[in-house]
Design a protein around this ligand. Structure first.
Ligand SMILES: NC(=O)N[C@@H](CC(=O)O)C(=O)O
Ligand SMILES: [Zn+2]
Ligand SMILES: [Zn+2]
Length: 429
């Protein structure tokens, strides 16, 4: 099987945008050149100058299966990923049951094989049922193919449990991926403790609820030499703690979501649960610190924290509705339109934060297009202008605050292992 991508545009080794043809043979990149001639038995796809990117990688995705199939399944979530240009995603373990045993993880791996259209890397839990008490069997879970360990959805409250987890993870050369939230500081909040909570008389989640866990954990990471990764960083204090920890040589990495880069509490128009997520949208100064942290390398890359919920659940009102918004199908167009087009960062930077940077952080083989690499490739139409319409999402989750945002730069084709799995207008399962 051979496919020829004709007349694309890409960043060459020197980081310059230029014209390129790519030949894919048996799922791998076989040849890259300014001009390749189509062979007789070969399928050729004319790209008309469209942009060729390595397939995006998102290490923070909630696929909800098993147990939450009303919100999303591995199939629907992976199709949403393909539509968003993501070829590798990592599935968070806050499902029912949780992947905390070899048997559960094996079940999940099989289910992924049967139903996913992109690469899905399964996380395993740090603690049994994510209760924060007993460590899972890390050796066994690593052996069964765990991508990394996390209890995302809840913070690990007990410092001794976290210390033991990091010791074990370090010995196995695995990462601890942390949802940072100190339960005694949540304050029953549904939004950030700041202007919005004051104006609306709501309980707020203070910034320190997150940063105090990161401060604790970077010291635990230092004492264990564990790779410690911070999920969805959201406050200026958290950014400072990570920056200082990196300077001190601690093995810490961090991700930021598109929504925390794009929005602050000032942008919440009314009491609307499509603006409710954990961590919450913070203050303007936090939003600015996140962008600065990304630009100066304190924050390593972007991850969506795609968190689908049903419309019924989201209609429950701000206090009762679950935390979380979807992200896979809007990440690139939102970031391209609002940051690249406005000259705040470059297309090259954006692509790096969605590809090589997560790949390097978690030592994944993907994230680059080079001869011999697996052909995980995303084609983007940088001229295409469309409004965000949740009714068009392939995700079951329609919970987004970005409805009707006009965006330029949409993925139009996604190749996984050399196979076209999504093309604008149709899913190729
Ligand atoms: N981010 C969210 O607001 N929600 C996530 C949980 C999480 O990522 O902590 C979910 O599972 O819905
Ligand atoms: Zn989380
Ligand atoms: Zn999450």
């Amino acid at each position: 099987m051979s496919t020829l991508l004709k007349n694309g545009t890409w960043f060459n080794e020197k980081g310059e945008l230029n014209r390129v043809d790519i030949r894919i043979v048996d799922g791998k990149v076989y040849e890259i050149s300014e001009h390749l001639i189509r062979k007789d038995d070969e399928e050729a796809i004319e790209l008309d100058g469209k942009f060729i990117s390595p397939g995006f990688i998102d290490v923070h995705v909630h696929l909800r299966e098993p147990g939450g199939e009303k919100k999303e399944t591995i199939e629907t979530g992976s199709k949403a990923a393909a539509k968003g240009g993501f070829t590798t995603i990592a599935a968070m373990p806050n499902t029912r049951p949780t992947p905390d045993t070899k048997e559960q993880l094996n079940w999940l791996t099989n289910r992924i094989k049967e139903t996913s259209v992109v690469n899905v890397l399964p996380y395993a839990c740090i603690t049994t049922r994510q209760l924060g008490e007993e460590l899972t069997n890390f050796e066994e879970l690593k052996e069964a193919g765990a991508f990394a360990f996390t209890d995302d959805g809840v913070g690990v409250q007990n410092a001794s449990v976290m210390l033991q987890a990091m010791k074990k993870a370090a010995a196995l050369d695995m990462a601890i991926v942390a949802h940072c939230e100190e339960n005694t500081l949540i304050n029953k909040g549904s939004v950030h403790e700041g202007n919005f909570s004051k104006q609306h008389g709501l309980n707020g989640i203070p910034s320190v609820c997150e940063s105090v866990h990161i401060a604790r954990d970077v010291l635990l990471a230092e004492s264990t030499n564990c790779h410690y990764h911070v999920c969805h960083i959201s406050t200026k204090e958290s950014v400072r703690v990570v920056r200082d920890a990196k300077r001190a040589g601690i093995r810490v990495t961090a991700e930021v979501t598109p929504h925390h880069l794009l929005l602050s509490e000032e942008d919440i128009p009314s009491v609307d649960s499509n603006y409710k997520m954990n961590p919450p949208l913070r203050g303007k100064a936090d939003q600015e610190a996140l962008l600065q942290g990304l630009l100066d390398g304190t924050i390593d890359f972007i991850a969506t924290d795609h968190a689908p919920h049903t419309s019924e659940e989201k209609r429950e009102g701000l206090q009762l509705a679950p935390f979380g918004i979807v992200g896979l199908e809007t990440a690139f167009p939102l970031l391209y339109t609002n940051f690249v087009e406005r000259g705040i960062f470059t297309l090259k930077q954006l692509i790096d934060w969605l590809t090589v940077r997560p790949a390097e952080t978690f030592r994944l083989p993907s994230g680059k297009i080079e001869v011999g690499a697996v052909a995980d490739i995303t084609i983007i139409d940088l001229q295409l202008n469309e409004k965000i319409d949740p009714e068009q999402f392939l995700s079951k989750g329609k919970n987004t605050p970005f409805t009707n945002w006009e965006c330029k730069g949409w993925p139009v084709m996604t190749f996984v292992n050399g196979k076209l799995v999504w093309e604008k207008g149709s899913v190729h399962a």
